[in-house]
Write a protein of this length. Structure first.
Length: 337
């Protein structure tokens, strides 16, 4: 086969190619497994030994040449195709609508609660989720090696003995009081962690809102009044409240606060376990030992504190019966808020 002739032949072939499909046919004709170049290559052993080397080099050079010719043509055709596609563009077609995201129901609930307290003059403060043992326990009058610690079962960070994932938002009381002198009216939303087995009402991570107010002559009635305003704002004006004596190491006296069941209005139903009441938060007057730990002069200040679980409030408010729904990111659930 005449190599020079072959090169002219491919140039003629390429000149008549006008589509990528036709180019592929040309490629197969020359470079395919049974193509002309393959044929040439397999004929090399038959060439007389004196000219075989030169012939082999020429075949190789021709092969490279064909490669680059086809490559160039391909680029050219591709560019042409792109231009044609642009000409097909119909700018009159309606676009694809962008869907707006929404605010997560937990964030919505946090915002709503914060807003209610901000309207009463509270400021929003946040604290770290990795806390010291001191701020989570000792500073809050929860002695180490004391049974009351069991109520706050905790994830410790193994490598750093004295660090843990906070089991409540109350350590922010300690942080804030260490850094500032009263009057203080603070609200603290945030994540907390407890090693609980996951079920419809427990997760190992959930959200709380802590509130505390410190000043001179702060009384239990101030706590009651503030919580009353909160409950009516979030659950509606008809809601009733009930304060039950309780124990927390960091408040004295301590209470648990119930609201009249929002499903049955206190008649008794399955949601409230026939009691007519739903527990929503823990609270009390700040224990003198907490003031002592943050270095406030003894007897000078008094205050109240409360803490509530956000998921629980949101579940009651929206009638949600499984806490896990908040974190499964199922759009069918999330889109309802
Ligand atoms: N920290 C308590 C808890 O997690 C709630 C609480 C806060 C109670 C402040 C009283 C005062 O259960």
């Amino acid at each position: 086969m005449d190599l020079e002739h072959l090169q002219t032949e491919i140039e003629t072939d390429l000149n008549s190619v006008v589509s990528l499909a036709a180019l592929e046919e040309v490629r197969i004709k020359y470079l395919g497994r049974k193509g002309l170049v393959a044929e040439l290559t397999s004929s090399i052993p038959q060439v007389a030994p004196e000219t075989r080397g030169i012939f082999g080099q020429k075949v190789n050079a021709l092969k490279n040449k064909i490669f680059s010719l086809i490559g160039e043509k391909e680029k050219f055709l591709q560019a042409q195709e792109n231009i044609e596609k642009q000409n097909d563009l119909d700018i009159g077609l309606p676009g694809i609508a962008l869907e707006l995201g929404g605010i997560h129901p937990i964030t919505q609930t946090i915002n709503e609660i914060c807003r209610i307290f901000q309207n009463m003059g509270f400021s929003v403060v946040e604290g770290p989720e990795v806390e010291t043992e001191y701020n989570n326990f000792t500073g809050l009058n929860i002695p180490l090696e004391h049974p009351s610690r069991d109520a706050f079962d905790t994830f410790y960070l193994k490598k750093y003995e004295k660090l843990l994932l906070r089991s409540h938002t109350s350590p922010v009381q300690v942080r804030t009081m260490q850094a500032h002198t009263p009057p203080l009216a603070i609200i603290v939303p945030g994540r907390v962690y407890r090693p609980d087995a996951v079920d419809a009402s427990h997760l190992f991570m959930f959200h709380q809102i802590e509130g505390f107010l410190v000043g001179k002559n702060i009384k239990f009635s101030d706590l009651k009044g503030s919580l009353e305003i909160f409950a009516k704002n979030i659950f509606g004006p008809k809601i009733k409240m009930r304060f039950r004596p309780h124990f927390f190491p960091f408040t004295e006296p301590s209470v648990e606060v119930d609201i009249s069941c929002i499903i049955c209005q206190g008649q008794g139903c399955s949601v409230c376990g026939r009691k007519g009441w739903l527990e929503i938060l823990g609270a009390g007057l700040i224990h003198p030992n907490v003031f002592k730990h943050v270095g406030y002069p003894s007897g000078k200040y008094s205050g109240f504190a409360f803490g509530m679980g956000i998921e629980r409030i949101a579940m009651l408010k929206y009638g949600i019966n499984d806490i896990r729904l908040f974190f499964e990111n199922d759009l069918r659930f999330l889109k309802q808020f």
